[in-house]
Design a protein around this ligand. Structure first.
Ligand SMILES: Nc1ncnc2c1ncn2[C@@H]1O[C@H](COP(=O)(O)OP(=O)(O)OP(=O)(O)O)[C@@H](O)[C@H]1O
Ligand SMILES: [Mg+2]
Length: 243
């Protein structure tokens, strides 16, 4: 789990914690892969009901956001509300968390629907086609959207405008590093801070940590990191073991 305390170097995580505790309900997290954006979006400041998650692709449809008609028997159809409406409602109508991953990939109808679902609370409303009920986001509704793109100008301006707070997440959270074995924490942090061409994601270190228990460090490093990076990871582990 995330802890609220971050050290001085972790300004992105401190920014997120501060923004969330200040009650900001719309945040965009961007930056390199595998730093924990989705994990934070799913867990940080989430209330009673579990977060709802959407992963955008070019093929995402409006129905996957707000809901679709589903067959429930012969000639009978029911409307099944989608993740955005479920998050609007949350537990007991209070509103929950909606996480929208890879948001730069949404386009067309799906993007228009996302704009409607993330609109300001005063304007947002949606009508259930089966019951004709008007639904509005509950008071605790919040949205965190994530993307790997580094240039926010690549996000459609209308979507960007709905997310006044954008935080570049450039390093793993201490809790993410803490779930690695002790000797891997420093190399994993260093790997995630390297230049884009040499960056090694946290996910690779998780895989290495698991695999080396079965196959030994040398083989696991080859399999996970490839030849060049394996050598430098094994070197840094060997040096660390001497100190
Ligand atoms: N605070 C944390 N505690 C424990 N594990 C974590 C934490 N943060 C991230 N992780 C783990 O690290 C991995 C990468 O995290 P996540 O998927 O959130 O990264 P991401 O920044 O969203 O990556 P991408 O940009 O590729 O979608 C996952 O296996 C996740 O479970
Ligand atoms: Mg993610």
């Amino acid at each position: 789990m995330l802890t609220e305390s971050c050290d001085e170097d972790e300004s992105c995580w401190r920014d997120l914690a501060d923004v969330m505790s200040a009650g900001i309900s719309r945040v965009l997290l961007y930056g390199p892969s595998g730093t924990g954006k989705t994990y934070a979006a799913l867990h940080h400041g989430v209330g009673a009901s579990p977060a709802e998650r959407l992963v955008c692709t070019e093929d995402l449809t409006s129905g996957e956001i707000t809901g679709t008609w589903m067959p429930v028997g012969e000639n009978r159809w029911e409307w099944r509300e989608g993740p955005a409406i479920r998050a609007w409602r949350g537990s007991g109508g209070l509103g929950g968390r909606l996480v929208v991953d890879e948001v730069d990939r949404a386009s067309g109808d799906a993007l228009s629907t996302l704009l409607a679902m993330t609109d300001s609370p005063e304007s947002a409303r949606w009508r259930n086609p089966e019951t004709s009920e008007w639904v509005r986001p509950g008071p605790q509704f919040s949205v965190v959207i994530t993307t790997n793109i580094d240039d926010l100008d690549d996000i459609p301006p209308s979507l960007r405008d709905r997310f006044p707070v954008c935080i570049r997440v450039d390093r793993p959270h201490v809790s993410a590093l803490a779930s690695l074995s002790d000797d891997l924490r420093a190399p994993a942090l260093a790997g995630s801070l390297g230049p884009a061409s040499r960056r090694v994601s946290l996910r690779s270190f998780y895989a290495f940590d698991e695999l080396r228990r079965h196959l030994g460090a040398a083989r696991a490093a080859q399999l996970v990191f490839g030849h060049d990076v394996a050598a430098s990871v094994l070197d840094s582990l060997a040096i660390a073991s001497l100190t």
